[in-house]
Design a protein around this ligand. Structure first.
Ligand SMILES: Nc1ncnc2c1ncn2[C@@H]1O[C@H](COP(=O)(O)OP(=O)(O)OP(=O)(O)O)[C@@H](O)[C@H]1O
Ligand SMILES: [Mg+2]
Length: 269
């Protein structure tokens, strides 16, 4: 299953969630690929891969976007377990090359191989609607939407809805199944704050119930999540006792069950 971790708003916890959910699923025995769809290269950096010191041809999107080649995308074995598809600033040039080709199905073209090789592919989207975002939303089977428990993020959810609508229309035109909304993950949640509890409720009722999207367990706000980034480790490896690990595990339980064999039972019907 290919899952786009999507919200065009910046800083809502997309990359941190991709890192920690990916690591959690790997620990449960899933075959996991984490793809960075952002030229900032944060996901690779969070795994200690120094993407900005690497060449364009080592990047996941290079083969996908290149006009000349049709090779498979490059993936790296991370020292923490999940495979990684890296991005760095070269993604901007790759994206221009993609726009010039006007081929909406480049990522879609490699997704069958990815589905065969991995149980779960999480694609960390950039905080904007770019050509790559459109490609990701074509190729993905499902979408996971982190929303910060803050007014700004809740208010800008209408923008997410607009993009979901556009995605479904594009997919219909391509005769693809609609993208499945796995759910909204409330992020950076501090349960001691009345304001955050208010926004959590708003996410559950005004956004999710109204739209028929599942609300997934919230991810609490703990400084160890940021520190893990600084130390270039998944949270569970950096701070195994941080309560956010339970939050991430609860999201994994809700989406895929507790073991890979259970997941496969469900996937195989
Ligand atoms: N649960 C959390 N607790 C504390 N800090 C967090 C948590 N999740 C994310 N952060 C911090 O918030 C900031 C934004 O997180 P992150 O980079 O994951 O968001 P993003 O949506 O991927 O951002 P961008 O839109 O720039 O790609 C980072 O500094 C990160 O360390
Ligand atoms: Mg990010």
């Amino acid at each position: 299953m290919i899952v786009a971790v999507f919200n065009q708003a910046g800083g809502v916890g997309k990359t941190s969630l991709t890192r920690d959910l990916g690591f959690e699923l790997h620990e449960r025995g899933f075959k996991v690929l984490l793809v960075d769809g952002d030229a900032q290269g944060t996901l690779g950096a969070f795994f200690g891969e120094a993407p900005h010191e690497r060449t364009a041809s080592e990047m996941f999107w290079h083969e996908v976007c290149s006009a000349e080649s049709n090779g498979p995308p490059v993936v790296h074995r991370s020292k923490f377990g999940p495979d990684l598809g890296l991005a760095n600033r070269n993604l901007n040039a790759d994206e221009i090359s993609l726009t010039q080709q006007q081929d909406p199905a480049r990522f879609l073209g490699v997704t069958e191989d990815l589905r065969r090789a991995y149980d779960v592919v999480l694609v960390d989207c950039p905080p904007k609607i770019s050509e790559i975002t459109v490609q990701i939303l074509f190729g993905a089977d499902a979408m996971l939407i982190p929303v910060q428990t803050e007014a700004k993020s809740v208010l800008s959810f209408s923008e997410v809805q607009i993009e979901v609508g556009k995605t479904q229309r594009r997919r219909r035109n391509m005769r693809l199944e609609p993208i499945r909304i796995l759910g909204v993950v409330p992020t950076l949640y501090n349960q001691r704050l009345v304001l955050h509890r208010h926004h959590l409720q708003e996410i559950e009722t005004k956004l999710c119930t109204a739209l028929g999207y599942p609300t997934l367990p919230p991810i609490r706000d703990y400084i160890a999540v940021s520190e893990a980034g600084t130390h270039a480790k998944p949270l569970k490896s950096y701070a195994p006792k941080c309560p956010v690990i339970q939050d991430v595990a609860a999201v994994a339980d809700a989406l895929w069950g507790t073991t890979r064999s259970r997941f496969q039972e469900v996937a195989n019907g």
